[in-house]
Design a protein around this ligand. Sequence first.
Ligand SMILES: Cc1cc2nc3c(=O)[nH]c(=O)nc-3n(C[C@H](O)[C@H](O)[C@H](O)COP(=O)(O)OP(=O)(O)OC[C@H]3O[C@@H](n4cnc5c(N)ncnc54)[C@H](O)[C@@H]3O)c2cc1C
Ligand SMILES: *[C@@H]1O[C@H](CO)[C@@H](O)[C@H](O)[C@H]1NC(C)=O
Ligand SMILES: *[C@@H]1O[C@H](CO)[C@@H](O)[C@H](O)[C@H]1NC(C)=O
Ligand SMILES: *[C@@H]1O[C@H](CO)[C@@H](O)[C@H](O)[C@H]1NC(C)=O
Ligand SMILES: *[C@@H]1O[C@H](CO)[C@@H](O)[C@H](O)[C@H]1NC(C)=O
Length: 537
Amino acid sequence: MASSRIMALAMLIISSFFFLSTYTQASSDSFLQCLSASIPNQILFTRSSPSFASVLASSVRNPRFLTAATVKPLCIVTATNASHVQATVVCGRTHGVRLRVRSGGHDYEGLSYRSARADATPFAVVDLAGFRSVRVTRGTPATAWVDSGATLGELYYAIGKVSDRLAFPAGLCPTVGVGGHLSGGGFGMLLRRHGLAADHVVDALLVNAEGRLLNSTTMGRDVFWAIRGGAGGGSFGIVLSWRVNLVAVPPKVTVFNIPKSVQQGAIDIVTKWQEVAPALPDELLVRVVAQGQVANFQSLYLGTCDALLPVMSSRFPELGVDRTHCKEMNWLQSVANIFLGDGATVEDLLKRTASGDAVFNKATSDYVRQAIPRDIWAQIFTSWLARPTAGLMILDPYGGKIASVSESETPFPHRKGVLYNVQYMNFWGSAGEEAARTGWVRDLYTFMAPHVSKNPREAYVNYKDLSLGENIVGGGNVTSFEAGRVWGEKYYKGNFRRLAMAKAQIDPNDYFRNEQSIPPVGNQFILTNVTRVDHTA
Ligand SMILES: Cc1cc2nc3c(=O)[nH]c(=O)nc-3n(C[C@H](O)[C@H](O)[C@H](O)COP(=O)(O)OP(=O)(O)OC[C@H]3O[C@@H](n4cnc5c(N)ncnc54)[C@H](O)[C@@H]3O)c2cc1C
Ligand SMILES: *[C@@H]1O[C@H](CO)[C@@H](O)[C@H](O)[C@H]1NC(C)=O
Ligand SMILES: *[C@@H]1O[C@H](CO)[C@@H](O)[C@H](O)[C@H]1NC(C)=O
Ligand SMILES: *[C@@H]1O[C@H](CO)[C@@H](O)[C@H](O)[C@H]1NC(C)=O
Ligand SMILES: *[C@@H]1O[C@H](CO)[C@@H](O)[C@H](O)[C@H]1NC(C)=O
């Protein structure tokens, strides 16, 4: 382990020299000249533009990645149509400047707008926040074309305004961008009844590394498979728009939220929840947010309170759900209520910023396939969650639809046999707390190792974590597949190799690359004559 780390570090240093030596100031100047000639001036923000800092900050969700030391882009292009994106890719390719793409800016590592490497070659950001229309079409099934820069809240609102019988199964947080979310899978309160957001994508428009605009047919089957959950790092190109199938919901759904403290039996109830929640009827999702000495059971039932109560009293009497807990409303209202609280209106789903934007945070994830013993939950509550530096744990139950899809149907492999996803998250208010707060996440992750999935220890790509591993550039000026397996198989299991083959089809020269992008595998030895360095040893 240690020697492979040293090897990886050595390779990183060698490959960085390789890049720096070939990079010149001239290429960034000529890149900017190319852009000025190809796109409207008002959508180009260079470092010297007065609004560069505010445009950069506009969708940053984590102040850790907006400091003086942050490695920032050379410029930002706030594209509003496909031709802007195509022209930016062509200029980037021609002048050797790489791109990062930002839709909602929620990336846990900020990789849509910053580089994690101090010695990174200059890069530009394509910001799609202004590229965000949603067009809903009734029919069987009803569908929507949604642009990547739309937020989940904007998508949900547009659907809910067409019909209170239609919905889309995706994440809870309304400010998350469609572009990044669908690229990594995407799950929320409908996951047990309807699966992942990416499971519902039926067409997409993608700008490839040559600047060509492709659809689901012209991009090829393997690439279309890959972008539906396997492009958590913008590896295959820039997805501009997605066509998704919508799902049917009843006109009335029921929300309930029940806190149980440790004194009220939280340890026993969470222990039991592990096996109950993944086996409940698909219409019912009961998740847990554990913080301090309290486990909050947050729920959505696709039906009325009358229908819910007998299910809860027979399947999970320990929770003590009664009529006073039920809040009946339509699905769109439930989205606002669950994430934003009781006073929230559906119009609040349209806000693109949130009060929590200035909070520093760090997260990572696990999958649990065998219920964790009660004594471990006792330690989690009485030790880990009780510390002054503690964050929280979110447990999202699987089973139902998400588990009925085969592991290779999409790149997202965490399906049959998963009881639940765990997210460990910590928050803090000032830079000085970072070490203690991130240390809590890291140490709890280490403590949990014996109790979670193994070989590989699975993780959810939308909860991106660079401490799971980072790419290195290998021989042939492309990202190393072997090195990428360290993080890639955690996110994708056996699908990682197929993703790397799809990458080789659409971007063999690895133009779209970052710290955790899919490496190309298959034909890199044919395409270049650079000697391959072996770092599998
Ligand atoms: C507060 C909060 C709540 C969340 N809640 C949930 C949840 O309930 N369920 C869940 O599943 N996840 C959730 N997430 C995780 C979220 O799904 C991911 O962070 C997602 O990648 C964010 O997408 P984005 O467009 O906002 O991010 P961005 O930072 O814009 O992008 C994320 C990644 O995708 C790439 N990318 C972005 N747009 C494109 C594009 N158009 N084409 C190609 N690549 C692109 C970026 O380069 C980057 O690597 C949450 C995150 C936060 C911060
Ligand atoms: C996109 O932008 C270009 C350049 O600004 C413009 O010429 C073109 O008409 C636009 N296309 C659409 C569909 O708006
Ligand atoms: C994709 O583009 C091709 C070629 O332009 C076209 O024939 C096809 O109808 C388009 N749509 C889909 C869904 O393939
Ligand atoms: C590496 O590949 C990129 C394209 O992916 C290219 O722009 C760059 O010039 C290459 N660098 C070298 C040193 O060949
Ligand atoms: C690789 O090298 C061989 C021999 O030096 C040469 O004939 C061939 O054209 C090169 N291929 C590429 C893709 O550069």
